[in-house]
Design a protein around this ligand. Structure first.
Ligand code: IDC
Length: 334
């Protein structure tokens, strides 16, 4: 009897896993073990997703319940990043409006049963120090509102650029992590690194003294290539947990040519190491990195497949390519 019951529950569990493998219902609280992100069963999970553009701009309208479900079921996405710009008419100028917009998108991600990265998106290095009090207040409020909700991942500072790791970023990160963990004890926190989140050697030499931390690495494939990959590989081999919380298939400006060859190389490199990645950007701005065409603005309730840009079609292929063997051995060609 026990064996029969056991067999039935294994079958039921496998069905559950098959259906929900890229959802929070199945994966639960994430934790960092070595360089890996593990789910509640201790299985390694690779975070894959897309990032919004600045949510102060109209592009946020394409983040709908239907589109998130589509990205989850058809693209196999398991995480969505919400880029809340701090400057440029973003949070600092419109605190309540931007907080409400962040909450609206977080709610949509919770409904879609995917992870959501709450990104304090500074674009000017001065903003990290200048708005440290505001950041503390924001992370205190949002982590209280979503206390222990497993979907939320906190990215405390997009790109600290020319800030010093030891003198500025470590104290800032310590303060934000302590603030968040007062409410959400085990939340995953992403920490930006110097030089547009590309100086990964700093945390490699001096890691933070907290668990469940991922260090951010950003690249744009038509600008950053093999030399950068080798540095990243060095840090990875030193055991540093990394997430590519933003990358683009074009120039570092978010525009310019698509570089398929380098993007393939990058994604193969990341997939082989189970390093998570989030593509910039899920928007319809008239620039190369945007996944959607501008025309979607008039068709926000329609299937996004009809409005994918060249970049969008390519990112869809990269994201869907989840089969272990295929993603390790086969490049996607165009
Ligand atoms: C870019 C957008 C572009 C916008 C610009 C300034 O693609 O439309 O005009 O920001 O706000 C980053 C940043 C990200 C940038 C992106 C491309 O995190 O905000 O978006 N990028 O330049 N770091 C490296 C590249």
């Amino acid at each position: 009897m026990i064996i029969v019951a056991g067999t039935i529950s294994i079958i039921a569990f496998n069905r559950f896993r098959q259906k929900y493998y890229n959802r929070v219902t199945y994966n639960g609280n994430l934790k960092i073990v070595g360089t890996n992100v593990e789910n509640q069963f201790g299985e390694v999970i690779q975070l894959r997703g897309v990032s919004s553009h600045g949510i102060q701009w109209n592009y946020y309208q394409c983040i709908t319940d239907e589109s998130l479900e589509h990205l989850r079921d058809n693209w196999k996405m398991n995480v969505f990043r919400v880029a809340m710009y701090i400057g440029q008419d973003g949070y600092i100028q419109n605190k309540e409006k931007m907080y409400a917009r962040m909450v609206d998108i977080v709610e949509k991600c919770i409904k879609a049963d995917i992870y959501v990265i709450v990104d304090w998106h500074i674009t000017d290095s001065k903003e990290m120090n200048l708005y440290q009090e505001e950041a503390k207040e924001f992370f205190s409020n949002i982590s209280m509102q979503y206390k222990d909700v497993p979907n939320l991942i906190y990215e405390i500072c997009n790109e600290p650029n020319d800030a010093s790791w030891e003198k500025e970023i470590v104290p800032y990160a310590t303060e934000m992590i302590e603030t968040i963990r007062k409410n959400s004890k085990n939340a995953i926190v992403i920490v930006g690194t110097p030089n547009y989140s590309r100086n990964i050697l700093s945390p490699t030499n001096t890691p933070l003294k907290f668990s469940n931390v991922l260090y951010a690495y950003h690249f744009y494939a038509n600008t950053h290539k093999n030399a950068e990959r080798q540095i990243l590989n060095y840090s990875y081999e030193q055991g540093i947990p990394i997430i590519v919380s933003e990358w683009g298939i074009c120039d570092y400006t978010g525009d310019g040519d698509i570089n398929y060859e380098e993007s393939n190389q990058w994604i193969q490199f990341l997939n082989e190491r189970n390093i998570g990645w989030v593509n910039w950007s899920y928007s319809y701005k008239d620039e190369t990195s945007a996944i959607l065409k501008k025309e979607i603005e008039e068709h926000l309730n329609e299937n996004i497949e009809n409005f994918l840009s060249k970049s969008g079609k390519y990112i869809e292929k990269l994201m869907k390519n989840t089969d272990e063997e295929v993603r390790k051995k086969q490049f996607i060609s165009f």
